[in-house]
Design a protein around this ligand. Structure first.
Ligand code: NAD
Length: 283
């Protein structure tokens, strides 16, 4: 079964749109997301446009603030402080990566944790690891929703995650653990990766390496979530970390690239923005 991330994301956005409509009428205004883009990274431009489009679809007001690549760090921090204080701004997202002269950690920590729709603020990260209320990061949250939509309950299963980044690998491993899977986390120093991945009943790949997981590395019946977004070195087309053609015949369920995790990340961003809005407005 190919897990249709596009359709599952559409369904999530429809339900968010209904909740946005109902809560906007009750509260007297619509939620607002402010996205800040520093510089002109072409990939970031695409992500920012996609986020604005999704906001339109679900009825969330969107403002994109574009800053010059040479913007001083203090100017960005000061903008964040004013957005934190603005009662009509519910969500704040700073598109990463930032130019080198800006300290990313400082920027993330300056965003009000209750407006941190990305779930990257240190207190939201701590909340995930300590099981206290927090905003969940969008991509790992989307992965868990894809598994649920495919009818895969992680409870009691052997889950293997490749990649230990702060934004995907680590948080998704924690979420799988909280869903009662037995989790193995792999990285570049893992010896004999294939012997680990062959044990997986659920395999999440977030390595950023085109088609690194091949059919001989998985067992029959595995559920595969491919987070990777790479350019195929030969065709320049978008491709995942999983070699779909050799893995799919052995998998019981698999996400495609494109059309898997990507659309879910944006749908979860919409859900997080709604949750931030409700958090402020219902207080
Ligand atoms: P990252 O570079 O921060 O981390 C990659 C991780 O993979 C590292 O922990 C590294 O140790 C591990 N790794 C790399 N090559 C490996 C190998 N050969 N064997 C074992 N481990 C290996 O990347 P990231 O930010 O976590 O992103 C990973 C991929 O997911 C990228 O392709 C990125 O574009 C994509 N991504 C997609 C979405 C989405 O919404 N679809 C969101 C975030 C990231």
């Amino acid at each position: 079964m190919v897990i249709d991330g596009k359709q599952i994301a559409r369904d999530l956005k429809s339900s968010v749109a209904e909740r946005v409509k109902e809560s906007s009428e009750r509260i007297g205004r619509a939620p607002q997301l402010v996205v800040i883009l520093v510089g002109e990274d072409p990939a970031s431009e695409v992500y920012v446009r996609n986020k604005a489009k999704a906001c339109e679809e679900v009825g969330i007001l969107n403002r994109t603030v574009r800053l010059d690549a040479s913007t001083p760090e203090e100017e960005l921090l000061s903008l964040l402080r004013s957005l934190n204080a603005d009662p009509k701004v519910d969500g704040i997202l700073v598109q990463l990566p930032l130019p080198q002269h800006i300290d990313e950690a400082k920027v993330i920590a300056t965003i009000d944790r209750e407006k941190d729709v990305d779930g990257f603020h240190p207190l939201n990260v701590a909340g995930l690891w300590q099981k206290t209320p927090h905003m969940a990061p969008c991509t790992p949250k989307g992965i868990m929703k894809l598994l649920a939509a495919a009818g895969v309950d992680p409870k009691g299963k052997r889950a293997v995650v490749i990649g230990r980044s702060r934004i995907v690998g680590l948080p998704v491993a924690k979420m799988l653990l909280d869903a009662n899977a037995t989790v193995t986390l792999c990285h570049t120093r893992t010896v004999d990766l294939a012997s680990v991945t062959r044990e997986a009943e659920i395999l999440v790949v977030a390595a950023g390496s085109a088609r690194m997981v091949t059919g001989d590395m998985v067992s029959e019946g595995v559920t595969v979530i491919d987070v990777g977004m790479n350019r195929d070195p030969l065709t320049n087309k978008l491709c995942g970390d999983v070699d779909f053609d050799t893995v799919a015949p052995k998998a019981s369920a698999i996400t495609p690239v494109p059309g898997g995790v990507g659309p879910m990340t944006i749908a979860c961003l919409m859900e997080n923005t709604l949750e931030c809005f409700l958090l402020h407005a219902d207080r």
